[in-house]
Write a protein of this length. Structure first.
Length: 541
């Protein structure tokens, strides 16, 4: 029997609802329950795939090829449960489903309305694709009071009513701000937010109150009184120094105990030793490394959420603190890369789209290759490293990517055909942009004796992809002659997945996104190895 926990947010956005949901998932899992996490997003894009990362943050890709909200990354990292396409839906997708059904004649002459047709489609989504989970934690994006989220709130209200309190509960995350001029914490925004929620028929069972300092028992009682709750159901969610402390802090405040109490569950205390271990590693590292991340979306760090996390995991594995220098690659188109990269121990060029800043990434790859600084190129970062090698090692002066327009030497080109499972996927340059990239998990074979085979400790891997262009196999021989090794290939041998430079201490480019699968308890081997190489480099200088 699956129980449903709905998580809403109030007062302001960016309170960390996704992390709160993920932390609750981790706590229930640590008590021995099977959990799944899901997110409802109120915007009208069918998925976040077509949105700029600087607007919405990173697009998180699942094994089954869905482009989803970055909160799914938190869910996966905190629980280790692989997210699926069925774990994230937007208003855009709900509406396109309903409209397609209407066009198909499925509503048998009915007037199609938000209630019940849209809300039914939402409920169908929330309850679908469950397989014996004890808990489904379902986060509603946006802030209570937004017009966009109303159909979602209505749908979860109905579900709450249908399932009853034995199988459902509502958690509401709010802000308790400190007002310096009054020298007081203010509970009014929380009261208003709960009132707003009650206005749409939802009575929260637990309030999570974000606050930058301890909330006094008196304030807790006051919030409880105004919001119809017992004081124990008002959980202070105080700021912490590392996100891995969140499950521990929530447990100390009685969050998971309250959830178990609501469902009348006699559950064992959660086993949190692994979280304590990770927090200790983060708080007391033995050494430091400096990594430059040379990208384009550096104005919003959420654009590279999983990447920053994976680098931290690499640090945890090496008992080191990873300090990140976020550098806008366009700088290198105006100035010499040397000034910005001289003192770093490793250079990472992450995924990206479009021509702007690409020459700067090529300059960063060149610097890393020539100066023998560890280089990690991810997706676009691999493509730029290959173009760099083609131009400066193989003398293919006009080497470029067709992503930037027609090109005399398309070392990176548009993929028009590839194999997925038993099917051939076909694209043209006019295909829709949404949902048409090479997406999700693909297998890759690693060359015997290669550095990557050694790092992974195996010869067959599966990693997640999200790209439209591909390193052109026709240039393989010329590039291998000058020292680049194509050490990872698709099983049919057509698509280059990994390149490395054996003569370099650590120079690896991967076409996939390893950062999506890294976890604090299970750091990705490529990140562990890259940070290790950066540490070695730091000892040389
Ligand atoms: N823009 C490149 C492509 O589509 C790389 C994409 C990426 O880095 N995710 O192939």
């Amino acid at each position: 029997m699956t129980r449903f926990i709905f998580v809403t947010g109030g007062v302001v956005s960016s309170l960390g609802k996704g992390l709160s949901a993920a932390a609750l998932g981790a706590l229930l899992q640590a008590r021995g329950f099977k959990v799944r996490l899901r997110k409802l997003d109120p915007y009208l894009n069918v998925d976040p795939g077509t949105m700029s990362p600087t607007q919405h943050g990173e697009v998180y890709v699942t094994d089954d090829g869905a482009e989803t909200d970055l909160d799914l990354g938190h869910y996966e990292r905190f629980t280790g449960v692989a997210s699926r396409r069925s774990d994230n839906v937007t208003s855009g997708r709900i509406y396109s489903t309903v409209i397609a059904r209407e066009r198909h004649g499925d509503y048998l002459g009915a007037t199609v309305q938000v209630i019940p047709h849209v809300t039914d489609a939402i409920k169908e989504f929330v309850t679908a694709d469950l397989h014996g989970e004890d808990f489904l934690i379902c986060e509603v994006g946006g802030t209570v009071g937004d017009i966009e989220s109303l159909p979602f709130l209505e749908a979860i209200r109905q579900l709450g009513n249908e399932l009853g309190p034995e199988r459902s509960m509502f958690v509401h995350l709010t802000l308790v701000p400190w007002i310096p001029s009054a020298g007081e914490l203010k509970t009014k925004p929380t009261q208003h937010s709960v009132k707003e929620l009650q206005g749409v028929g939802i009575r929260p069972d637990i309030l999570l109150c974000r606050c930058d300092r301890p909330i006094s028992p008196e304030s807790r009682r006051k919030i409880a009184l105004f919001c119809n709750l017992r004081p124990e159901a008002v959980i202070p969610a105080l700021d912490v120094d590392t996100i891995y402390q969140v499950p521990i802090a929530y447990h100390e405040q009685g969050f998971d105990t309250e959830v178990c109490r609501h469902f009348k569950l006699e559950a064992k205390e959660p086993a949190l030793a692994n979280w304590h271990h990770v927090v200790n590693r983060v708080r007391e590292p033995e050494s430091n490394v400096q990594i430059a991340v040379v990208g384009k979306y550096t104005a919003l760090l959420d654009s590279y959420k999983s990447l920053a996390e994976a680098l931290t995991h690499g640090g945890i594995a090496n008992n080191a603190k990873v300090k990140l220098n976020w550098i806008d690659s366009e700088i290198f188109e105006r100035e010499d890369a040397v000034y910005h990269l001289e003192d770093v121990n490793g250079i990472l060029v992450p995924g990206g789209f479009g021509e702007r800043g690409s020459e700067g990434k090529i300059a960063a790859a060149r610097f890393a290759r020539e100066r023998k600084v560890p280089y990690f190129g991810i997706c676009f970062g691999m493509q730029m490293a290959v173009i760099e090698a083609a131009r400066h090692l193989a003398g293919i002066e006009k080497a470029g990517s067709t992503e930037f327009g027609p090109c005399a030497d398309p070392v990176v080109g548009l993929m028009t055909e590839w194999v997925k499972g038993n099917q051939v996927e076909r694209r043209t340059s006019n295909s829709d942009l949404g949902g048409t990239m090479r997406l999700g998990a693909y297998d890759c074979n690693l060359a015997e004796g290669s550095q990557v085979a050694d790092i992974y400790g195996k010869r067959h891997i599966s990693e997640r992809h999200r790209h439209r262009y591909e390193v052109n196999i026709n240039y393989k021989d010329r590039l291998e002659q000058v020292g680049l090794r194509f050490s990872g290939m698709s099983p049919d041998g057509v698509l280059p997945e990994i390149v490395e430079i054996p003569e370099h201490p650590w120079f690896i480019g991967v076409q996939f996104h390893p950062e999506l699968k890294s976890k604090p308890f299970d750091p990705h081997p490529l990140f562990t190895s890259f940070i290790h190489a950066a540490l070695e480099q730091s000892r040389l200088v």
